[in-house]
Design a binder for this molecule. Structure first.
Ligand code: BGP
Length: 476
């Protein structure tokens, strides 16, 4: 059965702060990631510190040619990467852009096109310029809308012949749990009121609409996507109260896509604000701008589903990145406790498409695992059958959503297609790649790249447009 349309965009995804390194080269300013060495597990430092693996990343900044050639070797049609805002505007609020930063991405995009790879660019992937975080408390301040628009306009004009697919904010819904990571807000989460959170969201929504407006004006035919963490929530038991709890979790996620895909807050979100005593401070024209400029497609990351109950204290909790639910006894977990649920991807696709009928794009999915380098016929490699199984089963379910459920999916970019520094734990040894990078948690390693078994597997999947996938093995 042909599961995938002919022009399906197969590829992989990265983010600047997790792979580029060169944190202080080429005129780049500091981003919040440069002073956040241990991710969700730790705090912010005064200045960059040696233990921060992101400062050097995997040195993509200097090795992008080799890396893109390796990705091209798998037949990539699309490569998702982010522009580090602080490479273009070192402080975020500068009047004019940094030429060296602009030139760097020109080279990267040219290199992609050399192999017929379309770049898919995230404008803001957890890397708010540090100055904006310190000086303005990040997206709490309305002025960031102006700074972001200036940045967007600059990169749209510069790359108008090179980039057709764009995303505004990576996993915009993380702002609920992690406003520092998601929105560069320095005020600790516990000190923020619900009013603050709604206001931060509103600023990002306005900025997203303005970015979409600018994109359509500057690059006719280009497509803008929003990007959320999709996480289907299952009721822990058939108790209707549990079902309602699960529904509430999903609705709080839809609150983001509702605004970005439809243009305004849903009646449910407006009621919730009212209940919480929150009143968004909007400018005249915000509503019009947002209603007139919804995104063209909906992109999302999918790693796991979660379970919900009206009585969570009765059950064990499960692991997760930013959102945590209850442990689902029907599922296995990754080495980091993330629940592995390929069918959940199909259900996320069905739900999002039913709600919006806009094209979807799976822009992150993958298994973070510890890999062991072994001797292969062709040099060092990793026998990562566990990763192949994970990806195979997820992609299979995505195929079913397309072929059986009629969902329109533009493409699939496997997360961390080349090993990089993890976002939540800031470590190197949580690896997602088809390509192994010799860098360890203590910072040691040669940075050499080696192709894993999954590299050749994914190459076949792409070459056969999904024909090389195998039906999920119930026993595996
Ligand atoms: C998403 C982020 C990515 C990425 C991925 C995997 O939440 O958008 O940046 O890293 O999760 O998470 P982690 O790196 O924590 O394993």
């Amino acid at each position: 059965m042909a599961m995938f349309p002919e022009n399906f965009l197969w590829g992989g995804a990265t983010a600047a702060n997790q792979c580029e390194g060169a944190y202080n080269e080429g005129g780049k300013g500091l981003s919040i990631q440069d002073v956040w060495p241990h991710g969700m597990a730790g705090g912010v430092t005064d200045a960059p510190t040696q233990d921060n693996l992101k400062l050097a990343g995997i040195d993509f900044y200097h090795r992008y040619k080799e890396d893109i050639a390796l990705l091209a070797g798998m037949g990539f049609k699309v490569f998702r990467l982010s522009i580090a805002w602080s490479r273009i505007f070192p402080n975020g609020d500068d009047e004019s852009p940094n030429k060296e930063g602009l030139a760097f991405y020109d080279q990267v995009f040219d290199e992609c096109h050399k192999y017929g790879i379309e770049p898919l660019v995230t404008l803001s992937h957890y890397e708010t310029p540090l100055h904006l975080a310190k000086q303005y408390d990040g997206w709490r301040d309305r002025r960031l809308v102006t700074f972001f628009a200036r940045y967007c306009e600059t990169v749209f004009r510069r790359y108008k012949d090179k980039v057709k697919y764009w995303l505004t904010f990576n996993e915009i819904n993380t702002v609920l749990q992690a406003p520092f990571m998601g929105a560069g807000v320095m005020t600790p989460r516990e000190k923020l009121t619900r009013q603050d959170i709604w206001q931060i969201m509103h600023h990002e929504f306005v900025a997203s609409a303005e970015a979409t407006r600018l994109l359509h004006e500057i690059i006719p035919g280009a497509k803008m996507g929003c990007m959320v963490i999709a996480m289907p929530a299952y009721p822990y038991t058939p108790d209707p109260a549990d079902a309602l709890r699960a529904l509430a979790i999903e609705e709080s996620n839809f609150a983001f896509t509702d605004v970005q895909a439809r243009g305004w807050y849903s009646p449910r979100a407006l009621r919730q604000m009212e209940r919480e005593g929150a009143q968004i401070v909007a400018k005249p024209g915000d509503e019009h701008l947002m209603r007139e400029n919804p995104v063209d497609f909906i992109a999302f990351s999918y790693y796991m589903s979660l379970c919900a109950s009206a009585h969570p204290e009765k059950y064990q909790s499960g692991g997760g990145n930013v959102f945590f639910g209850l442990k689902n006894p029907a599922l296995k977990t990754s080495q980091w406790g993330w629940q592995i649920d390929p069918v959940g991807l199909r259900s996320a696709l069905i739900k999002l498409y039913a709600r919006y009928q806009k094209p979807l794009f799976v822009v992150e999915n993958g298994l973070g695992a510890r890999d062991t380098l072994v001797k292969g016929d062709d040099g060092p490699t990793v026998q990562d059958d566990y990763r192949i199984r994970y990806l195979n089963d997820h992609i299979w379910q995505m195929g079913l959503a397309i072929s059986e459920d009629g969902v329109e999916v533009m493409g699939y970019t496997a997360w961390g297609c080349i090993d990089l520094v993890s976002a939540s734990t800031a470590e190197m040894e949580k690896r997602y790649g088809f390509i192994y990078v010799d860098r360890q948690n203590d910072g040691s390693g040669t940075l050499a790249r080696y192709r894993k078994k999954s590299y050749f597997w994914y190459r076949d999947v792409i070459k056969t447009n999904g024909g090389a996938l195998t039906p999920p093995d119930e026993e595996a």
